[in-house]
Design a protein around this ligand. Structure first.
Ligand code: NDP
Length: 458
């Protein structure tokens, strides 16, 4: 049977675009459908604009710290949210254009429409009112912010989607959640002068990260002015008069918080709704994520899924990109590319200060057989001897005693996102503590402490 395409990709985000481009470069006939904007969450309303906001927010403290180095006059610095939004939008438009060009240059047909499956090989292009067929189909529709609908008044809240387009900065905000997005936006809003509250349901933010790292980050964020309310389960959100802010968030403990804006950052749900997956026989797992094997194959042999829409449990752009790339190599490049590993993924939370982590937490390492050594340091970096900032750097390495291998690295530091990228390489290379010890310090840096921590904690 002849199909219209060798590969049809639904969703032009990080994973879908990469798969489409590489498949086309191998000579496959490829089309990609996108209902919103080519680039997906990461480029359009995720990692990229978030990082630009993160940079913007940091200037406030840079100006403050500069006083200790003899600078003056920065008290008169003016911040314009409108200008930031406009500059961000221009950059996103540029990247969106680059993504489109990259696809076109590779020979991928772009369909600006929602696409839904109507059969195992059939795709309905909704806006174009036509149906096409493909030998292979890739679902790369990503995820969307999850807002618990059982909370009265939750509909008043914005999500990260809207946070990128606020008309003006609110005077105050309550951010519900204690994960990546809640904390990154908390640092952004706080840095830009918004009275910022994080409401997290558990005992400490960033569940799943190293416990000590969580404590240190919570302390640093609080010192910067973010108010973190733990064990704060939201009961309801009510409107109130502008004199009190606009909204009142009620917690189950009976607390009330009056704020000008409420934002939900409570995880992201796979975009599988109404995609016609049942008509094609594609099975869903928990959380309505598409069940895939390690090779990104769904329950239907010629239908694949990559990125946040799958049940692989890693909602990170570089992971989706790798999955998309590997899939295209396997399908059209004649390569036997192995599955993308979920081990040792380095990750950063772009708070202020930043957090970086890779490998095992101390708790995970202690649960495994065999002893570990923990090397840790928390200190005031040289820069802050004059800046007046109370911010401290925190480094922690987990070492498996038997092999001497560094099995976990956890950092809170300026540019921890940059540092953890290199830590990821070291972990991939199987670096031992002896490698760290044998490495000469780069002096004077804060990072030199990473090779100078000689004595494990008792
Ligand atoms: P996260 O999974 O990081 O955090 C979700 C938070 O919401 C957790 O604190 C969770 O609490 C809480 N939560 C979940 N459900 C509820 C509920 N019903 N009521 C109250 N609180 C709830 O998700 P995010 O939305 O922050 O981000 C989504 C994903 O996007 C991340 O997991 C990450 O993979 C990715 N991302 C990565 C970034 C980066 O690499 N820098 C930046 C932004 C996003 P609990 O822990 O108790 O379950």
């Amino acid at each position: 049977m002849a199909f219209d395409y060798d590969l049809f990709v639904i969703g032009a985000g990080s994973g879908g675009v990469r798969a489409a481009r590489i498949a086309a470069q191998y000579g496959a006939k490829v089309a990609i459908a996108e209902e919103y904007r080519v680039g997906g969450t990461c480029v359009i309303r995720g990692c990229v604009p978030k990082k630009l906001f993160h940079y913007a927010a940091q200037y406030a403290e840079h100006f403050e710290e500069a006083k200790g180095y003899g600078w003056a006059g920065q008290e008169n610095a003016q911040f314009s949210w409108e200008k930031l939004i406009a500059a961000k939008d221009r950059e996103i438009a540029r990247l969106n254009g680059l993504y489109i060009k990259g696809l076109q240059n590779a020979g991928v047909e772009i369909c600006e429409t929602r696409a839904e499956l109507t059969g195992p090989h059939d795709i309905r292009l909704v806006a174009e009112e036509r149906t096409v067929t493909a030998a292979n189909i890739l679902i790369a529709t990503g995820a969307t912010p999850f807002v618990p609908h059982n909370i009265p008044g939750a509909a008043y809240a914005i999500t990260s989607n809207e946070a990128f387009h606020l008309k003006s900065l609110p005077a105050s905000i309550a951010i519900i959640g204690g994960g990546y997005i809640a904390l990154e936006f908390a640092s952004i809003f706080n840095g830009l002068g918004v009275d910022t509250h994080v409401l997290y349901r558990g005992p400490q933010i960033l569940r799943g990260f190293d416990d000590e790292l969580r404590d240190v980050l919570a302390e640093e964020l609080a010192a910067k002015g973010v108010t973190i309310h733990t064990r704060a389960d939201v009961d309801r959100i009510e409107r109130c008069g502008p004199e009190r802010g606009g909204y009142i968030v009620h917690t189950r403990k009976g607390e009330e918080l009056a704020v000008a804006e409420v934002m939900y950052a409570t995880g992201r749900m796979p975009n599988t709704f109404d995609l016609g997956l049942d008509r094609a026989g594609v099975e869903l797992g928990g959380n309505d994520a598409i069940k895939v094997d390690d090779y990104n194959r769904t329950s239907v042999g010629h239908i694949f899924a990559v990125g946040d829409v799958t049940d692989r449990g890693v909602q990170l752009t570089p992971f989706a990109i790798r999955e998309g790339h590997a899939l295209a190599e396997r399908l059209f490049g004649g390569k036997d590319t192995p599955p993308v590993s979920t081990e040792n993924i380095a990750t950063a939370v772009f708070t202020s200060p930043e957090l970086g982590a890779v490998g095992l937490t101390e708790q995970q390492a202690r649960e495994r057989p065999g002893d570990i050594d923990v090397h840790a340091a928390r200190f005031r970096p040289m820069k802050h001897t004059l800046s007046g900032s109370a911010e401290k750097v925190f480094y922690k390495l987990i070492v498996e005693r038997k092999t001497n291998k560094v099995v976990g690295a956890h950092l809170i530091a300026p540019e921890a996102g940059e540092l953890i990228q290199l830590m990821g390489v070291l972990m991939q290379a199987g670096a031992t503590k002896a490698h760290f010890d044998a490495t000469l310090a780069v002096h004077p840096t804060a990072a030199e402490e990473l090779v100078l921590m000689k004595t494990p904690r008792p």
